[in-house]
Design a protein around this ligand. Structure first.
Ligand code: ATP
Length: 237
């Protein structure tokens, strides 16, 4: 059974049809990436899976129909979204931002402390900066904090919206190494990216979304060799 099954998903804003009948599956243990240009409907798709916007179609997670489940229940069951704007609390410390990530599950203090230690082990730079205000972090550190906060909710399926946005190439590489390590730790990942090459190099499978519709899909390695994708999204040869 796939971990996530999306069938004929539709998201509309008034007359704008942002997602027009998208079907895709993510298997447990995979990194699946959705690439495509600005405005293709990528963010809308993630919002619909998380329950943040009204949608039509069917979304099943771990065999459960998500239709009647609110956002909090989805988080409790292991779904988590790191939004494009990262949405950190700038005036709060790194550690306090992380603690907020565990809130939806309301775990015991010992569980929170263990989660915090795990995040600090994965991101030593956050540990060094645990008392620093979030709005004084570099772009890459902010993305790490957003990822770390998401990990505090113990996700099984982590959805990442453009984690490389606005970061220098060397930092982008670092973020993608972290994403690959999360898969090794057993987290399945649905990754939305405009940085198509880096995303496909890290992912197992890829989906290409254009104006709300899937136009191509397959193993990530095959998409990297696809002449049309090379011309359109991968910056030539
Ligand atoms: P980007 O990479 O630029 O974020 P995207 O692929 O994530 O693009 P969406 O953000 O899902 O695409 O947007 C898809 C379409 O829906 C766009 O035409 C956008 O203008 C429109 N849209 C998104 N959110 C809203 C909203 N809240 N109200 C009205 N239209 C919206």
């Amino acid at each position: 059974m796939p971990l996530l099954e999306i069938e004929r998903l539709e998201v509309s804003y008034g007359r704008i049809r942002a997602v027009q009948g998208v079907s895709l599956t993510v298997e447990a243990g995979q990194i699946a990436t959705v690439i495509g240009p600005n405005g293709a409907g990528k963010t809308s798709m993630l919002s619909a899976v998380m329950g943040l916007c009204p949608a039509r179609g069917r979304v099943a997670y771990d065999g459960m129909d998500l239709r009647d489940m609110d956002v909090e229940e989805r988080v409790e069951r292991g779904l988590c979204l790191v939004p494009e704007r990262r949405e950190l609390f700038g005036e709060m410390s790194v550690a306090d931002n992380l603690l907020l990530g565990s809130f939806p599950r309301r775990p015991a203090r010992a569980v929170i402390d263990r989660g915090l230690e795990e995040v600090f082990a994965r991101f030593p730079r956050l540990k060094e900066r645990r008392t620093q205000r979030a709005d004084t972090l570099s772009g890459g550190e902010r993305q790490m904090l957003a990822l770390g906060r998401a990990l505090m909710s113990k996700p099984r399926l982590l959805m990442l919206d453009e984690p490389s946005l606005g970061l220098a190439p060397i930092v982008v590489r670092e973020i993608f190494v972290i994403i690959a390590a999360l898969r090794e730790a057993g987290v399945s990942i649905l990754l939305v990216e405009q940085n198509a090459r880096a995303a496909l190099q890290t992912a197992d499978v890829g989906f290409v979304l254009e104006t709300g519709e899937l136009v191509s899909q397959g193993p990530a390695a095959a998409l990297l060799d696809d002449p049309r994708l090379i011309a359109t999204y991968l910056g030539g040869a």
